[in-house]
Design a protein around this ligand. Structure first.
Ligand SMILES: [Zn+2]
Length: 383
């Protein structure tokens, strides 16, 4: 069903490199221009929401609206992560091996882009007659926080009519996982201060590195004890607190560092408020003369498993795929979280190869079609 059509479009999409500008890319607009033209040729009138970012690069978003009734948002992202190393062949030239296609972005978020395009194709051919107002979005900047994508569209009032949303940007090979919740995210920069000096005279200095190490262990133990609750919806079912990146302090072995910087990545269950975590974190840091700066803060988000959109999607998966899906929560962040915080019930779901962000990212052609069929089923019971 439309295999050649899918392959020809994917090869055009993949060669228009849309690596997120945070990783040095500039091709998001070029890919959006191609998509817009394709959508127009299918007989639709898409709207563009372009905006210049802080680097002066144009960031592009496309909205296609079709039908009447309560909005159903289907959202795919245009940008990708960088290619990375160890590819067989050029990551920006589509490579085909049987039912598999390889290339950066074929899965993340090729599954989203292709399934939305298939829905538009089926509508244009009279094979799909949606019972709801479809709001199909192709957005920028998902791989770097969505400031110029979904968050920008929210500022422009694009989501003012509400509705519900499915984000085909998360999933597994069978299509049995419906993501309904995301933990809160905190990225913290912890700067511990001391007094620098010569390593042979530590009594005249105050070693920020040892202080920082003590603080790190104290925080690690205290945070896990204080925020101990479990929620079986999530994998893992507890809040996580991990010291990750470490900044370079001194460049000589014989200098005692006067300052030491460590970053933390915290993923917090919705049972706790992020304010509570920050306050506790700062309280301990203060005792070690350390400052805590918030680099990123995303509140947790939950769509109840009994919400209509979850039930509709569940039914569509059961009918189309013959499997029983389960609802789960994750520690990562998708645009579903942003929509939930805007008051729009949202789920993230797709059938995908689980090769996102990896070298030799690939996807199965049948996964584009299966994902599109399930989404089409939600849009219209008569399909
Ligand atoms: Zn993605």
């Amino acid at each position: 069903m439309g295999r050649d059509w899918i392959v020809s479009i994917l090869s055009e999409i993949i060669k228009r490199k849309a690596v997120n500008p945070l990783a040095g890319g500039t091709g998001e607009k070029e890919r959006a221009d191609y998509l817009e033209n394709l959508i127009r040729n299918l007989g639709f009138e898409p709207r563009r929401f372009d905006v210049k970012d802080e680097r002066g690069i144009i960031r592009s978003n496309i909205l296609v609206e079709y039908g009447e009734g309560e909005p159903l948002w289907l959202i795919a992202h245009i940008d990708t992560v960088s290619a990375g190393k160890n590819w067989v062949g050029d990551p920006f030239e589509l490579r085909i091996e049987g039912d598999k296609v390889f290339g950066r972005g074929v899965s993340d978020n090729g599954v989203g882009i292709m399934s939305l395009l298939l829905i538009l194709k089926w509508i244009s051919e009279g094979k799909l007659n949606p019972k709801r107002r479809l709001m199909l979005l192709f957005v920028a900047d998902e791989e770097a926080g969505s400031r110029y994508g979904v968050k920008y569209l929210a500022e422009k009032g694009v989501f003012k009519d509400g509705g519900s949303a499915i984000i085909p940007d998360f999933g597994n090979k069978e299509g049995k996982l419906i993501e309904v919740a995301e933990k809160g995210i905190l990225w913290l920069k912890v700067t511990t201060k001391g007094v620098s000096g010569h390593a042979s005279m530590p009594h005249r200095a105050d070693n920020a590195h040892t202080k920082s190490a003590r603080l790190m262990l104290k925080l690690y133990d205290s945070l896990h004890v204080k925020f101990y609750k479990l929620n079986p919806l999530f994998d893992p079912p507890y809040s996580t607190f991990e010291p990750t990146k470490k900044e370079m302090n001194v460049d000589a072995i014989n200098i005692i560092p006067g300052s030491d910087i460590v970053y933390w990545d915290c993923r917090v269950l919705p049972e706790y408020s992020l304010d509570e975590v920050i306050e506790f974190f700062r309280g301990i840091a203060k005792r070690y003369s350390a400052d805590v700066e918030i680099i990123l803060r995303e509140e947790p988000s939950v769509t109840s498993p009994s919400e209509k959109i979850v039930i509709e999607l569940r039914k569509a998966i059961e009918t189309e795929l013959g499997i029983k899906p389960k609802t789960i929560g994750i520690g990562g962040g998708t645009v579903a979280g942003i929509l939930r915080r805007l008051g729009i019930p949202a789920v993230a779901w797709s059938i995908c190869s689980e090769t996102e962000h990896k070298s030799n990212e690939y996807e199965l052609i049948e996964n584009y079609i299966k994902t599109a069929k399930v989404l089409a089923k939600v849009a219209s019971q008569s399909f």
